[in-house]
Ligand binder design. Structure first.
Ligand code: PEP
Ligand code: MN
Length: 361
């Protein structure tokens, strides 16, 4: 409230809040007049409060994306079932202390032969899911934009062959409809994180959605995009940090690992890191993968190709299946080391606790 306010204005303001169905209480402290709102107003726009006569500033203490931050932290595990693969299928879990998920495959599906070869190779390297772009968002309209529908059939073939679930990007509701029977996880890419209609439609399918952070999105915008999916009743949302644009021109993007730690500390959703798009350089993918797992990521999304330099799209960042195998081993080793440190610390704290207990009869 404004520092000096008449009792009449106070009364009118509380009345205005009451009309909105909001419970509030007036508190005066060190010369400031503060109205504490006790009701859940997370879904009410801020301007409904700021436009009330006498209000100088609105400060929210609770988040405006309640579903993303609901419940305990990092507790959601997304189960991904590979359907219709003729082999009984594999179920993969992402999040909440499950073994680290590694989603790997080429940037684009280039041909049936290429995709089946790479699918088998990445499975052999320890990947838990396949990726491959059928519809590609490209900066220039003259660049290869994916094989489209034809690629969707190849994704299904690869799923049959390996039993691994597949992830692929959709950029429109029409592509979503075409893809739905072929893919297990709908990827919404950086360029479409702000496409709210697409987020809602993807949410309504009930399928797991892998949501990538836009290259220029704040964490708050990212979380609200996830909220759009969750509010449809679909709880299967996986967040993915893929690098943001900064002033640094030497790398394709800047991998924001503090965002990963922040997401793990403030949301209940699984978090992946894409070190391929984050760096744009194959020689940096392994070290950034290690750093991502150490920062708490639940898994990785990596571009892999049998002959990386011949990739039709994103050739500079593709790695070989052999390098992927090293990353899978690194991820396991780092996760185990971190768990060991946590167990040791807990055991030490327990020992200390019992010593203190015995010192206090
Ligand atoms: C991708 O994963 O293929 C992709 C296009 O990534 P992004 O949306 O992060 O650019
Ligand atoms: Mn790519």
């Amino acid at each position: 409230l404004q520092a000096t306010i008449t009792t009449d204005c106070e009364r009118r303001m509380l009345k205005a809040l009451d009309r909105l169905g909001v419970k509030a209480q007036l508190v005066s402290s060190t010369g400031n007049n503060i109205v504490v709102v006790q009701s859940d107003v997370s879904t009410m726009p801020t301007h409904m409060f700021s436009q009330i006569d006498g209000v100088a500033k609105v400060v929210r203490l609770a988040p405006t994306c309640p579903l993303v931050t609901d419940g305990e932290l990092s507790t959601v595990t997304v189960q991904i079932g590979s359907t219709d693969n003729g082999r009984g299928g594999t179920t993969v879990s992402i999040g909440n202390g499950e073994p680290r998920a590694v989603i790997a495959g080429p940037c684009s599906v280039e041909s049936l032969e290429q995709f089946l070869n790479i699918a088998e190779a990445v499975k052999e390297s320890g990947a838990t899911m396949l990726r491959g772009g059928a519809f590609k968002p490209r900066t220039s309209p003259y660049e290869f934009a994916g094989l489209g529908k034809e690629a969707l059939a190849y994704l299904s073939e690869a799923k049959k062959l390996t039993g691994l679930p597949v992830v692929s990007e959709i950029m429109s509701v029409r592509q979503l409809e075409l893809s739905i029977e072929h893919i297990d996880v709908l990827q919404i890419g950086a360029r479409n994180m702000y496409n709210y209609e697409l987020l809602k439609e993807a949410g309504l399918t009930g399928k797991p959605v892998l949501l990538k952070r836009s290259m220029s999105a704040t964490v708050d915008e990212f979380l609200h995009a996830a909220e759009y999916i969750l509010v449809t009743g679909n709880e299967n949302v996986i967040l993915c940090e893929r690098g943001i644009r900064t002033f640094e021109p030497r790398l394709r993007n800047t991998l924001d690992l503090s965002c990963v730690a922040l997401l793990k500390a403030t949301t209940n959703l699984p978090v992946l890191v894409d070190p391929s798009h984050a760096t744009g350089r194959r020689d940096l993918v392994r070290s950034m993968s290690r750093a991502a797992i150490a920062a708490g990521a639940d898994g990785l999304l990596i571009e892999v190709h049998m002959e990386p330099e011949k990739s039709i799209s994103d050739a500079e960042q593709a790695i070989t299946p052999r390098e992927l195998a090293l990353i899978v081993d690194d991820s396991r080793a780092i996760s185990e080391a971190l768990n060991l440190v946590i167990e040791t610390a807990t055991a030490r704290a327990g020992g200390l606790g019992s010593k203190l207990m015995s010192a206090c009869p």
